[in-house]
Design a protein around this ligand. Structure first.
Ligand SMILES: N[C@@H](CCC(=O)N[C@@H](CS)C(=O)NCC(=O)O)C(=O)O
Length: 267
């Protein structure tokens, strides 16, 4: 039986948080979704599905404008909104329809479902909480980076947006670099945890920056993924490059990241 189902645009690095943990902890996920552009042609529901031809006209009562990142009309059912009050994807669903939102929390749910098979969420309350600390700061970084990447997608980057993103980037990477000091192999303890997986997923998402290099340089601004970042945060960049080759990460990350240069290489 499926332990958890997730509806999302695909591919979505934030969804990998759950799929990587599921792979490592033997949890059965059902993933539904389509490309971001085609989510407007899907019913956002506990049983998400493609809309039938002509069905949109019958659904005008539930049509609503996308709010974050998705600028088209979306068809979110009342059941979806009851389960997901913020109306976002990735959207997790327990077998009884209980909604689990925020990709970090969906990931935590998968780790909990893994029970004793899962070594990724610490084995005492203090280590689990330290992992949570990293997940909280990663969410703050993710928020800054989302604003930046969405501005790039909308071709509306400006110096202020870029400056805000710099603040978020330097604060987060300063902490990650510090956490990996003295040749630590992982962010928490001696093994892979949810903290590393969330770091990896959000930095993977930032790779979309490469698609918009012209927009950034035209404004006289500096991309984040560049040689200077590799020099300023060598442990963080090496950690990312190591994780992308981990066997549990490769099925999600290989094709997606293969579209982009490695951070350590000059574009
Ligand atoms: N912090 C959230 C971000 C989720 C999010 O913002 N999702 C956006 C797409 S990027 C969304 O679902 N937007 C729905 C809408 O625009 O109505 C997470 O990690 O899950």
């Amino acid at each position: 039986m499926t332990d958890l189902s997730i509806f999302s645009y695909l591919p979505n690095p934030r969804l990998w948080k759950a799929s990587i943990v599921a792979r490592l902890c033997g949890v059965d996920l059902e993933i539904r979704g389509t490309s971001p552009g085609q989510l407007a042609d899907w019913l956002w529901d506990i049983e998400a599905r493609p809309l039938e031809p002509g069905e949109k006209s019958e659904l005008s009562a539930i049509a609503r404008n996308g709010r974050v990142g998705l600028t088209t009309t979306l068809y979110k059912t009342e059941a979806f909104m009851a389960a997901h009050p913020f109306g976002n994807v990735p959207a997790g669903f327990a077998p009884d329809g209980t909604g689990i939102f925020e990709s970090n929390s969906i990931m935590r749910a998968v780790a909990r479902l893994g029970g004793g098979r899962c070594q990724l969420y610490g084995d005492d309350p203090y280590i689990a909480s330290r992992i949570d600390s990293f997940l909280d700061v990663t969410l703050m970084f993710a928020r800054e980076i989302q604003i930046y990447v969405l501005a790039l997608w909308g071709n509306r980057l400006d110096a202020t947006l870029h400056d805000n993103a710099i603040q978020g980037f330097t604060a987060y990477f300063g902490g990650i670099e510090q956490a990996l000091a003295a040749d630590r192999k992982f962010l928490v303890g001696d093994g892979l945890t949810l903290a590393d997986i969330a770091f990896f997923a959000e930095l993977a998402l930032l790779h979309n920056e490469y698609r918009h290099a012209d927009q950034i340089t035209r404004l006289g601004l500096q991309p984040f993924l560049c040689d200077e970042t590799a020099s300023a945060y060598p442990r963080s960049v090496a950690h990312f490059e190591k994780l992308r080759r981990h066997e549990a990460f490769v099925p999600d990350a290989e094709d997606y990241l293969g579209q982009f240069p490695e951070i350590t290489k000059t574009r």
